[in-house]
Write a protein that binds this ligand. Structure first.
Ligand SMILES: Nc1nc2c(ncn2[C@@H]2O[C@H](COP(=O)(O)OP(=O)(O)OP(=O)(O)O)[C@@H](O)[C@H]2O)c(=O)[nH]1
Ligand SMILES: [Mg+2]
Length: 425
């Protein structure tokens, strides 16, 4: 089965919690804090493997979670870091955020390993929170939550040459006669349902990879037919061979066909429309005598786009066509088409500045958030300086504004982790 799209969920491991404990030794009545740190949660890593060429592995199993880090323990014992979860994808997989469709990473040849989700950091044990005036901190940091995300994996085959054209134009036939690929060929529309790939090897020994996709029809970009979905497979090919049924065996006008396909390409993307193209005027074995259709196509499109009369079935004109394509591949400078990152998984900083305020009773509010928690952990609020610092922090981070918005008045209590404050204007 050829699966070229999959929607999956992934979550990095949570960090282990820091630990609260105190040394107990003979002859030492009140030992210092010795709670160890939590271990780091596992990352989710994407890795390409050239031996893999479909996304079938992601069709049935859809949830992927990396392990959580172990909690810290007494006697400064550090919790174990979790193993990373490595997910293997085919080369050419583009990973997009599921909801927005924005690109996170393009797993092309150069980008063969990518940490998509970082595991949560382990929380610090209480040993880190001792200060000269606060020697027995009963506080330890919680492990950071591993990030999670739904993504769509899309396999965009990396072929040098792509075949486009109406259904029944002879694309699959052409692929089958010059490569060892064995695509389905039939005299009915949409014989090809999934993309096919084949290696073309010329007499000169040169070779390139060619992709055949289902036929396009007019209004394909509005959802008609099948082919439009598959255009992404030829988005990064270097040259397009536009196959047209020059004999008009289905009663259509080849000149109109070419124009319609070009319009469909342009409505998919400007890049596709601008791609170097040659026209393969196919089925010349059945063109009626005296029909000058090939000349008329040439008149319309040459010299910008070269036109090659061929017969895929009768193996006519194929050397000329493919030699010209090979020369185009050789002589032109092609930028490697890479999909640039458009979606950035929320970074640390942002995470730290987030907080939530919950109204628990009429005069009682709860403030939570990683940045807030850390601030409280580090601050010795038993000193005036420490208290000042907390006040400044909650003001500057918009926490007071939010509390007021939820109705806090003078005299109400605000709980921030293990601290309670009375609000005064
Ligand atoms: N006479 C003649 N028939 C051809 C030639 N090339 C292909 N055909 C026929 O045209 C029909 C369609 O060929 P396919 O190769 O399946 O066409 P396709 O473009 O891949 O079609 P879709 O997969 O539906 O998009 C088949 O019956 C082929 O035998 C040719 O050069 N001459
Ligand atoms: Mg086909």
């Amino acid at each position: 089965m050829f699966v070229d799209k999959a929607k999956i969920y992934m979550k990095a491991g949570n960090g282990g919690n820091g630990f609260v404990s105190f040394r107990r030794e003979k002859y030492v009545p009140n030992g210092g804090p010795d709670g160890g740190d939590g271990g780091k949660g596992g990352d989710i890593i994407l890795r390409t493997d050239t031996g893999m060429n479909t996304l079938v592995d992601y069709k049935y199993k859809k949830h992927f979670r990396a392990e959580n880090g172990e909690g810290g323990s007494k006697r400064n014992c550090h919790g174990k870091n979790a193993n990373d979860l490595v997910m293997i994808v085919p080369v050419g997989t583009v990973v997009k955020e599921a909801e927005s469709g924005k690109v996170i990473v393009d797993m092309n040849e150069e980008h063969n390993e990518y940490v998509i989700l970082k595991g949560g950091k382990g929380g610090l044990g209480n040993q880190h929170f001792a200060t000269s005036s606060r020697q027995a901190p009963r506080y330890a940091e919680r492990g950071q939550e591993g990030k999670e995300i739904w993504v769509v994996l899309e396999l965009k085959t990396i072929a040098d040459v792509g075949l486009v054209g109406f259904p029944n134009a002879g694309k699959s036939t052409l692929l089958s006669v010059v490569t060892n690929a064995n695509p389905k060929i039939g005299n009915y529309q949409f014989t090809t349902l999934t993309p096919n790939l084949g290696m073309v090897t010329l007499k000169s020994g040169k070779s390139f990879l060619m992709a055949d996709i289902p036929g396009l029809i007019e209004d394909a970009h509005k959802g008609a037919g099948l082919g439009f979905e598959f255009l992404r497979h030829i988005e990064r090919t270097k040259v397009l061979i536009h196959v047209v049924d020059a004999a008009g065996t289905e009663g259509r006008n080849p000149l109109v066909d070419i124009e319609k396909i070009n319009n469909e390409l342009a409505s998919y993307s400007e890049k596709l429309a601008q791609k170097p193209q040659v026209i393969a005027a196919n089925k010349i074995d059945v063109i009626l005598e005296g029909d000058d259709i090939v000349e008329r196509i040439k008149e319309e499109y040459e010299p910008n786009t070269r036109v090659f009369p061929i017969s895929a079935v009768a193996h006519k004109g194929l050397d000329e066509l493919f030699n010209a394509v090979a020369t185009m591949l050789e002589n032109s400078e092609f930028e490697t088409i890479e999909f640039e990152q458009e979606y950035f998984i929320e970074d640390e900083e942002e995470n730290y500045s987030k907080f939530t305020v919950t109204k628990i009773a009429d005069d009682y509010y709860l403030v939570e958030g990683r940045g807030v928690e850390k601030m409280i952990g580090y601050t010795n609020i038993e000193t005036e300086q420490g208290l000042d610092f907390v006040q400044k922090f909650v003001k500057e981070h918009g926490i007071i504004d939010e509390l007021k918005r939820q109705g806090m008045k003078e005299g109400d209590t605000v709980k921030i982790y293990d601290m309670e404050f009375e609000y005064m204007e």
